[in-house]
Design a binder for this molecule. Structure first.
Ligand SMILES: [Zn+2]
Ligand SMILES: [Zn+2]
Length: 54
């Protein structure tokens, strides 16, 4: 199973470290971020409500 990092658009492999959480604003979208983007605190944008956050 692969997912796509919402910040950099790269595929993240399940064996690598990544995080997934609900959008803090609308709670309807799953935000997936790879370990690199999480560490660098790259911004993400919710595709549904356009919320941007680190
Ligand atoms: Zn990423
Ligand atoms: Zn949202």
């Amino acid at each position: 199973m692969t997912k796509t990092c919402i910040s950099c658009g790269k595929k993240v492999e399940t064996e690598n470290y990544w995080v997934e959480f609900d959008c803090p604003q609308c709670g309807e979208e799953k935000i997936t971020r790879c370990e690199r983007c999480r560490r660098l605190a790259n911004v993400y944008k919710c595709p549904k409500c356009k919320f941007e956050g680190p």
